[in-house]
Design a protein around this ligand. Structure first.
Ligand SMILES: NC(=O)c1ccc[n+]([C@@H]2O[C@H](COP(=O)([O-])OP(=O)(O)OC[C@H]3O[C@@H](n4cnc5c(N)ncnc54)[C@H](OP(=O)(O)O)[C@@H]3O)[C@@H](O)[C@H]2O)c1
Length: 323
């Protein structure tokens, strides 16, 4: 089969298209023939070495397709089932991957493999952020950064469905327009404006009870200064580089703030949590509350171009690789 491999960390140029053996599913595993592969920012962290992986390696955490074979001791799926997975094992940038059956979910009839590959990782992230990390309440005003991106575009729509007022940030006029079209009530170009000052203005000086920040280094200070008394800083990504260390005394001085650095994998740690998170996502997709925006599609062989676009802030919504 064709697969993207890397033998060293670095820029997109370390990604190589290779011919490798189709894996054999071991005990508890299914072999998935991929229809569509999700591109996620975490893939760039694995590639660059920000999140260390064992090399040589494949890349990619998320894909959807058809169960081609089942290994021993698999009761959850049969050959021919249409499934998706979003927690690895690393190696989704390939025609096939062998994954643990209890880390995959069955797709409902109305969710295509393309939509699932674009939405499972990003959408379950939105699910845990909005419903469990902090349970967004109707009438709350929340701050969402990178709102025109993959996770951001789902966050905005889902938060609106929960009854929140959404202050969305993005870079550039076109992305701000997209955020508005997704339902954002207020938009801020964080490349130009003082985010905290704008948030204070919009909230009548109060600040927001929760801020979702996946941008990291460049937005950190503005996010911190945007929080209301006892507000929660949810730092969940590093698109501009990792957020700096947080000194506990600053949280105290800035209004008894809370700070968390969550990861999806701790919120879908059990199969029950995984199934519940995916079901909630498929529900908001099925009801039309969340429209999955596939902004760009690349052939598997052009994974490099997909990474270049994502890191150059040249993408909107989700990106797919098609094998
Ligand atoms: N903790 C978790 O469990 C979890 C799970 C999923 C995703 N994430 C995180 O969520 C974030 C979004 O992931 P995604 O896959 O949906 O990506 P994405 O949001 O589609 O792409 C990242 C966006 O971040 C913005 N950005 C700001 N500064 C940037 C910079 N210096 N370089 C590149 N981009 C920059 C860009 O939007 P503008 O052009 O509008 O600035 C860019 O489009 C990532 O940080 C990812 O690591 C975390």
């Amino acid at each position: 089969m064709r697969a993207i491999r890397l033998s060293r960390t670095g820029g997109p140029e370390v990604l190589e298209l290779a011919e490798v053996d189709v894996p054999t599913p071991g005990p508890g595993q299914i072999l998935v023939r991929h229809t569509a592969i999700g591109v996620n920012f975490i893939d760039t962290y694995h590639r660059s070495g920000l999140y260390p992986i064992k090399l040589p390696s494949g890349l990619g955490m998320e894909a959807a397709g058809v169960v081609e074979a089942v290994g021993p001791d698999v009761g959850r799926f049969s050959k021919g089932d249409v499934v998706a997975y979003a927690s690895g094992p690393i190696g989704a940038y390939a025609e096939f991957n062998a994954v643990a059956a209890d880390r995959a979910v069955r797709l409902p009839q109305d969710v295509t493999p393309e939509v699932a590959a674009a939405a499972l990782l990003k959408g379950m992230t939105a699910e845990f952020l909005l419903r469990r990390c902090h349970a967004v309440q109707p009438g709350e005003t929340i701050l969402v950064h990178a709102a025109a991106g993959g996770v951001g575009s789902i966050l905005v729509q889902w938060a609106k469905a929960l009854g929140a007022t959404v202050i969305a940030t993005a870079g550039g006029a076109e992305k701000l327009e997209r955020a508005k079209a997704l339902g954002a009530d207020h938009v801020i170009d964080y490349r130009e404006a003082d985010v905290a000052a704008e948030v204070r203005r919009i909230t009548g000086g109060k600040g927001v009870p929760v801020a979702y920040d996946s941008v990291g280094a460049s937005t950190f200070e503005g996010t911190l200064a945007s929080l209301a008394r006892r507000g929660l800083f949810v730092s969940f990504g590093n698109a501009s580089g990792p957020a700096p260390p947080v000194e506990p005394g600053r949280l105290s001085r800035m209004g008894s703030l809370y700070f968390t650095r969550p990861t999806l994998f701790d919120y879908v740690a059990t199969t029950e949590e995984l199934d519940a998170s995916a079901a909630a996502l498929f529900d908001v997709i099925g009801s039309g509350k969340v429209r999955v925006d596939i902004g760009q599609t690349f052939p598997l062989s052009e994974a490099r171009a997909a990474h270049e676009a994502l890191e150059a802030r040249a993408t909107v919504g989700a990106s797919l690789l098609i094998p």
